[in-house]
Design a protein around this ligand. Structure first.
Ligand code: UD1
Ligand code: UDP
Length: 368
């Protein structure tokens, strides 16, 4: 069976890497990898870390790119790759514009597609924008749906996806996390080496499009004021290269002695910093899945999440993306030790590290 794995951004590569590795390790599969490179530097670092062999690189990223640019480039150029490779199955991941455009390109060529991390929903098409529509549109186009949790599978059934096309696998992010978290790592950067020593470390990531503008400014002001009023706290924020994020972070968060604004971290140091964190403040999808597995309370700077499992498990909490919500949510956790202990349980509703194996088993069972 010839499988073409398509990936465009950092999280897609992190979560697809274990699947590519598993397929390559087995007999019976010819694996091809196509990068759309919707992200460039962020993607390349993951490709290097996991040593993913690349067969095609569409190199679509442009600074400050628009959604229509990504969609049209991926649609047209992946079409050429499909023509050249004639894969039996294509694998796409998640909810980016790469995911949707790749699924559409496959549909136009009647190539079967498997969707890794299928079925996540908020049922609010503006939140997250445009990811909610990317994943819904992808799911109607795809032929095999690898749902990370029973709830995701339930969403798919509710949308009349045939039961035979749905498989609950766990999330492949746990496969990647378990691999990387047990690799030894020593920080070279003295700032990261000493992060969390004698202080409570808040690790931040934030990049969602629907928060851009005034809400993102509120988020940054909240972070600054929280650090200002809590002398025993330090904040480390590896900043996403999106210019809409960078300019606000630089303007509102730079220059405080206990706030470190740093370049995006490679996955290995990021996971090891996550292990040192006291709590995590994020709007990232992947980080909402990883932090609970490491016993780190997660405060989610969004109004809704498509990952409610960690909230139900008691390790994550939605604080919204307003100044008041973030300040009161974080302060409450800093002040209330019992509440903190209640949230700092290592629970992992997202998988057992065998998701990639289940996906490979399923593909093998198709018997192409
Ligand atoms: C994209 C995904 C989002 C995902 C996120 C993961 C869409 C619409 N959005 O958002 O779902 O959560 O990736 O990080 O698919 N840039 C660089 N170098 C890089 C990466 C990005 O310079 O390696 C800059 C470029 O100016 C680029 C901009 O960031 O134009 C935005 O990248 P884009 O992929 O469009 O959006 P993200 O916000 O990264
Ligand atoms: N991540 C990373 N370095 C960083 C920030 C995040 O390697 O500086 C990892 C993180 O562990 C997670 C993934 O990137 O696996 C999440 O990517 P992102 O937040 O960009 O996208 P999302 O998950 O929101 O789609």
């Amino acid at each position: 069976m010839k499988v073409l794995a398509v990936m465009g951004t950092r999280p897609e590569a992190i979560k697809m890497a274990p699947v590519v590795r598993e397929l390559k390790a087995r007999g019976g599969f010819t694996v091809r990898v196509c990068l759309t490179a919707q992200h460039r530097e962020l993607l390349d670092r993951v490709i290097e870390l996991f040593r993913i062999p690349v067969d095609h690189d569409l190199n679509v990223m442009r600074p400050g790119q628009s959604l229509d640019h990504i969609t049209s480039r991926v649609l047209v150029e992946l079409g050429h790759v499909l023509q050249l490779e004639s894969p039996d199955v294509v694998l796409v991941h998640g909810d980016t514009t790469t995911t949707f455009a790749a699924a559409l390109a496959c549909y136009y060529r009647s190539t079967p597609v498997g969707h890794v991390e299928a079925g996540l929903r908020t049922y609010d098409k503006q939140r997250p924008f445009p990811e909610e529509m990317n994943r819904r549109l992808s799911d109607v186009l795809c032929d095999y749906h690898y749902a990370p949790t029973p709830l995701a599978a339930q969403h798919l059934r509710g949308e009349h996806i045939p039961e035979a096309q749905i498989l609950v696998t766990g999330n492949t992010v746990i496969d990647a996390l378990l691999d990387v978290a047990q690799r030894p790592y020593e920080f070279e950067d003295p700032l990261l080496k000493s992060a969390g020593d004698g202080r409570r470390l808040i690790l931040v990531t934030a990049h969602r499009r629907e928060s851009f503008g005034e809400r993102f400014e509120q988020m940054c002001r909240a972070m600054r004021d929280l650090v200002q009023r809590n002398p025993g706290v330090e904040l480390v924020y590896p900043v996403h290269p999106n210019p809409n994020v960078r300019c606000v972070v630089d303007a509102l968060l730079a220059g405080h002695e206990r706030i470190s604004i740093i370049e995006p971290l490679e996955y290995l140091p990021f996971v090891h910093l996550l292990k040192k964190a006291y709590l995590v403040l994020t709007d990232s999808g992947g980080v909402q899945e990883e932090a609970p597995a490491l016993g780190k309370p997660v405060l989610v700077m969004r109004e809704v999440t498509e990952r409610p499992e960690a909230i139900t498990a008691g390790t994550a909490m939605l604080v919204g993306n307003t100044y008041e919500g973030i300040v009161s949510g974080v302060q409450c956790l800093l002040d209330d030790a019992e509440r903190y202990r209640g949230m700092a349980n290592a629970v992992n509703p997202y998988g057992d590290g065998l998701a990639s194996k289940r996906i490979a088993d399923h593909l093998a069972s198709l018997g192409v």
